[in-house]
Design a protein around this ligand. Sequence first.
Ligand code: MTE
Ligand code: MO
Length: 256
Amino acid sequence: MSLNRRRWLTAAGATLTSLWLAGCDKLASNSTFTGVLQVAEKWSQRAQRLITDRNALAQEFAPSDISKDFKANGTLRPQDDDYVALLAGNFADYRLVVDGLVEQPLALTMAEVRGLPSRTQITRHDCVEGWSSIGKWKGARLSALLERAKLKPEAKFIVFHCFDTLEQTLDGSGRYYESIDLIDAFHPQTILAYDMNDATLPVRHGYPLRLRVERQLGYKHAKYVMRLEAVSDFSQIGRGQGGFWPDRGYEWYAGI
Ligand SMILES: Nc1nc2c(c(=O)[nH]1)N[C@H]1C(S)=C(S)[C@@H](COP(=O)(O)O)O[C@H]1N2
Ligand SMILES: [Mo]
């Protein structure tokens, strides 16, 4: 479905481009048609903007569509000391830290996170490895959290620091992290999920908090979130590409 959609988008883009080029060739020699050409160009830009609208909602599904066995991927149970210790205490001592380029740094308990304005949605998760699962997610709206923390004007990206080390490295750059821009951060379906399918988020799916950023592929959906950092660029984080997988060759922007 996502592949079909992407193929369609590519085809639609190519058609628009060739229409525009054909128009350019035929009309450029005749000044009478300059106005027509300008109209065509405007139409093309508007159409292109329509089919790539970043604020559009991802498709939502019915309860009957929910996958009986939502696949889990990547880290399934962090072995990192801080996570293991917090899990032993049921995350009572956990604080979700929001810092970096914000006026009001935060350190919220899970009860406080659950008290933020929330959203519930049934969406399809698409992993680059070629599988998809549909799940129901409830979580704090990221927009509400960021409005509390008050981004400074220089803030351009939100980095999600996770508890799990996915690759053992000497410099610690094997800890999972991801980042998104402010369009995705303030998208209405972007939430920090604490419930999945009407129950507390299971450990394998990112307990206690995982990002749902529904217009992006699976690896952008950071599990085991411990800290949000507002930054102007991510050159100083990890290996500088904006995420664990982007540092290893994946696209930073994985929009679907
Ligand atoms: N912290 C962390 N987040 C992560 C990963 C991971 O290994 N660690 N894997 C990513 C990938 S590739 C996918 S497809 C999804 C899987 O989420 P799920 O286990 O709930 O299906 O989480 C993403 N977020
Ligand atoms: Mo994935």
